[in-house]
Design a protein. Structure first.
Length: 204
């Protein structure tokens, strides 16, 4: 793609580094910004920089937050003794959009995948175990993508919690095996949460 300006080319190159953004889409975005007033573009850039510099992660559940504790963990109307375990922040957003869950979350920041070099030590598993042991958690709901890696992660964490009285469940198989949780439609995800199963039935 031949561009008339090195500055334009550099901007397009940066935008094209974003997920699902090809060179042509990146060019459209850059040309769109060129049509905007300079102060609007400056505000756009400053917003991104401020977000990256100041955003935090909840010390309790690892969700994105403006403070040390996220808005979900600090919400007294939510059931603090129920934890939904998810792979990433996108999954939290997907479940929240169903408006069917009123507990808290714990973000693992991935799932166990030895082939990809991701072991339990690279995930937020120990902090989850600590939460269950110290916060008198009544139920732990696994809402991981239904695939081999997700099953392995559930099995590993279940073994770590063998000596606790916490009820362990998983969302129902309304989510297709091998699918990605974030791409499930809201109705399917809501039903999966409502019809969750005891973990013994899930891994047996």
């Amino acid at each position: 793609m031949q561009l008339p300006s090195v500055l334009l080319e550099n901007a397009v190159a940066e935008f094209s580094k974003l997920p699902s953004i090809g060179k042509k889409t990146a060019l459209r975005l850059v040309l769109h910004l060129l049509k905007k007033e300079e102060n609007e573009v400056k505000h756009f850039g400053e917003t991104i920089v401020t977000m990256r510099s100041n955003i935090k992660f909840c010390k309790r559940c690892h969700n994105i937050s403006d403070g040390d504790i996220c808005s979900i963990c600090s919400n007294s109307t939510r059931k603090q003794n129920i934890i939904c375990v998810v792979e990433n922040i996108r999954d939290v957003i997907a479940i929240e959009s169903t408006q069917q869950f009123n507990g808290t979350y714990h973000i693992l920041d991935g799932i166990i995948s030895p082939l990809d070099g991701i072991g339990p030590d690279k995930l937020n598993i120990e902090s989850l175990v600590t939460r269950v042991e110290t916060e008198q958690t009544e139920e732990l709901i696994f809402a991981l993508s239904p695939n081999i890696q997700g099953d392995t992660t559930i099995y590993y964490i279940q073994k770590k919690l063998t000596n606790t009285s916490c009820k362990i469940t998983t969302i129902a198989r309304g989510i297709a095996f091998g699918g990605e949780l974030e791409y499930a439609d809201e109705m399917t995800l809501a039903k999966s949460l409502q019809n969750r199963l005891p973990i013994q039935q899930y891994v047996s």
